[in-house]
Ligand binder design. Structure first.
Ligand SMILES: Cc1cc2nc3c(=O)[nH]c(=O)nc-3n(C[C@H](O)[C@H](O)[C@H](O)COP(=O)(O)O)c2cc1C
Length: 337
């Protein structure tokens, strides 16, 4: 029996956000005491994507370490890469608590955090204070009180500030918990945003002498027609990767269960099929032109293979870590070997 199976009931007896905070703080202590160094070495199964060499193809998804506070401890779990954020230009508290709910019967989570984060400046200080040497993705967003007409400014502020620290930058336009954010996925808005970001990326490339790829993170609640439209726009602007997907606003898979009526984004096992479908549609349409990083409901090696078969080049994990524990990282990484 894994150690995680023993401690999980203790965490699951607590409020989910409190359990999350205590688990991460506990991990930091274990890291400082040197205990996490005793974990098995990461799976080494290198992969190259967006011009970056990854030690393996399994990453930590955005949202678990929103403020880049736990990079050192999390690096001990054997991820091939870690994505921190979503960070916004200014600090913001997010939505009132409670804002995270478990659906344990089906391995689901609903959250409506609403980009609670310490803001760009403290976020950068946290990265500077860490010893993490691995591949770092930085996920950027806009403040809740920035209107969509000025969203581009927020993304540009974030892009410029995080550029020197990131191996790749993820543009999050798919969280359901910031009003109207997902409207930025519509053809015209997406085109305007990408035009501005790619122009700035070119400048930053020259300025820093290093090209930092841009990935776009998309929602699962998009039909085939709109997915293809988005793919056309992303192809036009030479987006470096697509991260598919964020959480869903659908409740189809969890109808009638406790907490299923909570507002927010649903993740975990009930998201898996929907998310894989998005990967499949995009992969088939794009024929390898833009690589896809799959995220959504991965709880096992088989789930990982499902994403690979659908056309994903790499994967990320979040809810699976909560339900299955850190051993899932190795299991998923081995699915690529
Ligand atoms: C509590 C929680 C917070 C999240 N916060 C973010 C976030 O800040 N930015 C983001 O891009 N995705 C965020 N996500 C979405 C995850 O990165 C991931 O796309 C989604 O949960 C699907 O993967 P999973 O089924 O493995 O959890 C969050 C997910 C959860 C459960």
């Amino acid at each position: 029996m894994s150690l995680y199976k023993l401690v999980r009931p203790i965490f699951f007896a607590m409020d989910p956000e409190r359990a999350h905070d205590i688990a991460l703080k506990g991990l930091n202590w274990l890291y400082k005491l040197g205990v996490l160094k005793l974990l098995p070495a990461p799976v080494f199964a290198p992969n190259e994507l967006m011009g970056i060499r990854f030690p393996n193809s399994v990453g930590l998804a955005a949202g678990l370490d929103k403020n880049a506070e736990y990079l050192d401890a999390l690096s001990c779990f054997g991820f091939g890469f870690i994505e921190v954020g979503t960070v916004t230009p200014r600090p913001q508290p997010g939505n009132p608590k409670p804002r995270m709910f478990r659906l344990p019967e089906v391995g689901g989570i609903i959250n409506r955090f609403g980009f609670n984060n310490v803001g760009l400046e403290q976020f950068i200080r946290n990265i500077e204070a860490s010893d993490y040497q691995g591949v770092l993705g930085i996920n950027i967003g806009k403040n809740f009180d920035t209107p969509n007409e000025r969203a581009i400014d927020d993304y540009l502020i974030c892009l410029r500030r995080v550029y020197p620290y990131a191996h790749y930058i993820t543009v999050n336009i798919s969280s359901p918990n910031t009003a109207n954010l997902r409207m930025l996925q519509e053809r015209k808005a997406l085109g305007d945003l990408l035009a501005a970001l790619k122009k700035e990326q070119k400048k930053l490339h020259q300025q820093h002498g290093r090209y930092v790829p841009i990935a776009i993170k998309i929602a699962p609640d998009i039909d085939t027609r709109q997915l293809r439209q988005m793919a056309d726009v992303m192809r036009k602007y030479k987006v470096d990767a697509i991260i598919a997907t964020n959480t869903t606003i659908s409740r189809y898979e969890v109808e009638g269960l406790a907490n299923s009526e909570q507002a927010g984004g649903l993740s975990g096992a009930p998201l898996r099929v929907r998310s894989t479908f998005v990967v499949e549609v995009l992969a088939e349409y794009l024929q390898g032109e833009i690589p896809i990083i799959a995220v959504g409901g991965i709880f096992s090696a088989e789930d990982t293979c499902e994403k690979i078969d659908a056309g994903a080049s790499m994967v990320q994990l979040y809810s699976g870590l909560i339900y299955r524990g850190p051993s899932l990282v190795r299991e998923a990484a081995q699915a690529f070997t």
